[in-house]
Design a protein around this ligand. Sequence first.
Ligand SMILES: [Fe+2]
Ligand SMILES: [Fe+2]
Length: 270
Amino acid sequence: MDFHVGTIGDLINSTACDRGARLSGEFLDALSAIDASGFSPAHPIRSAIAVAVVGDPELFVRSFRRHGVAELATSQTLDAVAATLKPTELKVAILAHAEDERRHSRMFAALANRAAPFAACGDDDNEWVLDIDRRFVETYNGDVIEFVSDLVAGEVRSFFYLQSYVEAIESARPAYAAKADTVLRQIIEDERRHIGYTAGYLDEWLRGGLDIRPSMAASFRNFDVVTWADVAATARHFMDRFEHRASGSTNAAWCSDSSRIAAVAIAKEG
Ligand SMILES: [Fe+2]
Ligand SMILES: [Fe+2]
């Protein structure tokens, strides 16, 4: 498996090759437009988050527990949407996909449990993750194109997340993450299949004259926003842990003016 897939287009194209399929030029152009629009799943900041998570047992356990709950939430959503579909190949594929995500949920939970003795953290309440999917199902409008677009974007996001975890684990090899890289590689193989079949439907619909591009662009934009929110949450976690908040001293505002600090540093260098 090529582990250094840098763009969405490269990744989706490689999953099409896995299936012995060729994507249409129109679909590849649409993917290039998404790559060029600023969504950068292989952004170095994602690797930085993975290194931070893998290097910290507490963050590792909390993140992997949450991934486990998110996988369970996705499986329930897939089941609910499949229930609205007529018996088609898509319905069968979505039900099989739900089964995979349920298995991933158990795999993430097992990895978190194995690491838990190394971390001083209690149970987190991850019910909010399930709530997001419950709300989605309650308000689902039956638009399969939008739903499959969201799946593609979500699966691509997972792929890049897991890829950066594996790279961080293989370089740091912390004891609490023993064998996690092997387990994550198994999950990645499934995620690649999920990208392959969902993107295959979007391409087929596009060839058939349906303009899937606005939905697909919106889905990737939405997941981009979530990724940046993850970056912010990880930064907040470290700020809270080390109580690195402005102290309230008279110089606090002056210190937190980064442009001024940079100016002072440059002046000193000069
Ligand atoms: Fe998954
Ligand atoms: Fe998946």
